[in-house]
Design a binder for this molecule. Structure first.
Ligand SMILES: [Zn+2]
Length: 449
């Protein structure tokens, strides 16, 4: 199967940040086989292709990676504003999620995957931590499978200090990791993958941290954990272990190049040094950090220390969307104002955090740029609109002008999964109707009008 995208404004995000005006991308099956801007060649290839997508008026770039979310929270977006992290969890997220039925996790994940795709994320990492029935994780995988997204289920768990109905025995956690690895990891030509996700430093026993980290290494899986999201989170490990979050991980022997530290808002200089020495990476969620007033992660410091930083929305309960395009702008603006330095992050830097470093989060070195041999996960963004045009530089237009609603076409593994702003595989109206009915039923069960 040959697909030609022609006449596009190509933002390759390769090492030279090459841009082609009126360029083309030839895709053979699931990979990019050729890229360029020669007009005669483009015309010739058009005659041979099975499918031709005209990208006139579109910026074409590699798909964004949403490196950390909680898809079940699509059912809780807008449920409760104006709370601190721990109150928001205790009073809102936990009670609501306990009322969700097994099928709800499929619906919530599916509407979340569709939102991710339609706002430019071709890949998503779902740290899934609600296991009220055995198959909630399977239902997340099924939703990823159906939507066409590149999905990583980061199987999340807590065995120590957590809501009693959401806590699990460590033996159950390890059994489930093993089961999910054998049943789902690598399906759909490796489009679906598993990773390992202890919830946070205070939610899991040191033994389970070590055992699950060893499992991840042994099976070639990534390891992702919420880290120093708020000052209260840091105080908990200091009170319990006499150590800050990253010190705690380092002393457990799990701080290495396989670990992804989500948030990392409250790291001191010594911890930043530890992260750097270990070769670990950070996943930055600026909107959630602002929404919950958690603080400002020292991202410019991470970058100047060569610590890789990827971007994410975090769960829709604390965002309240899955729009990775808006995360680009928030990232740039947050760090400019917090450092009082308008040069601190350029649009290309922010895009590479979402694309190149995102590919690293999901362990793929064949994603993250438009060049021959790379996987064909890419997006076409409309720029001929009053809020974007006229365009001087496409990277700037994407970061500062565009939003998720401007994404027109999305390809994953060379297949069109969103066309003319509509999901190819899912009836969106029916899905929205079904989700709204379930929200009403859950609200009723919780005694809320
Ligand atoms: Zn999170």
């Amino acid at each position: 199967m040959k697909t030609l995208i022609r006449n596009g404004w190509l933002l390759t995000l390769d090492s030279d940040s090459t841009v082609y005006d009126k360029g083309y991308v030839l895709i053979e099956d699931d990979r990019i086989s050729e890229i360029g801007q020669d007009e005669a060649r483009q015309f010739e290839l058009g005659k041979q292709a099975d499918e031709v997508l005209d990208a006139d008026g579109k910026i074409v770039l590699p798909g964004l990676v949403n490196s950390h979310t909680h898809l079940f929270q699509t059912f809780t977006k807008g449920l409760a504003d104006d709370k601190t992290l721990l109150d928001w969890l205790r009073e809102e997220i936990w009670p609501f999620s306990l009322q969700m039925e097994e099928e709800d996790f499929y619906l919530a994940a599916l509407i979340g995957c569709i939102e991710n795709l339609k706002s430019g994320a071709t890949s998503v990492v779902d740290q899934h931590y609600i296991h009220t029935t055995k198959n909630t994780s399977d239902n997340v995988f099924k939703a990823m499978q159906k939507s066409g997204i590149r999905g990583n289920l980061c199987r999340c768990f807590a065995d120590l200090d957590y809501h009693p109905d959401l806590k699990e025995k460590s033996s159950v956690v390890m059994e489930e990791l093993n089961r999910l690895y054998h049943e789902w990891h690598g399906l759909e030509d490796k489009r679906l993958t598993l990773s390992v996700g202890p919830l946070n430093p205070w939610g899991c026993t040191p033994e389970l941290f070590k055992e699950s980290a060893a499992f991840a290494k042994e099976h070639g899986l990534k390891f992702q954990v919420h880290t120093a999201e708020t000052q209260a989170v840091v105080e908990r490990t200091v009170a319990k272990y006499g150590k800050r979050n990253v010190e705690f991980f380092a002393d457990l022997g799990i701080l290495d190049e396989n670990i992804q530290l989500v948030h990392s808002v409250w790291l001191d200089d010594q911890e930043i040094e530890l992260v750097k020495e270990a070769g670990a990476m950070v996943v930055h969620c600026p909107v959630a950090n602002m929404y919950l007033a958690s603080g400002v992660a020292p991202v410019p410091k991470f970058i100047s220390n060569n610590i890789p930083v990827a971007l994410a929305t975090d769960g829709p309960g604390s965002n309240n969307s899955q729009d990775m395009m808006s995360v680009l702008k928030f990232t740039a603006c947050l760090h400019k104002v917090s450092t009082l330095d308008s040069t601190v992050l350029r649009p290309e830097d922010v895009l590479k955090m979402a694309v190149t470093q995102g590919a690293r989060v999901i362990g793929r070195n064949d994603l993250g740029q438009l060049s021959p041999g790379m996987k064909a996960d890419l997006i076409l963004v409309d720029w001929k609109k009053p809020h974007i045009a006229p365009v001087h530089k496409p990277a700037s237009a994407l970061v500062y002008n565009a939003n998720g609603n401007d994404v027109d076409t999305v390809l994953v593994d060379g297949k069109v999964v969103v066309k003319a702003k509509r999901s190819v595989f899912v009836d969106e109206e029916a899905l929205i109707e079904e989700c709204q009915n379930r929200i009403k039923a859950i609200r009723k069960a919780l005694g809320r009008s």
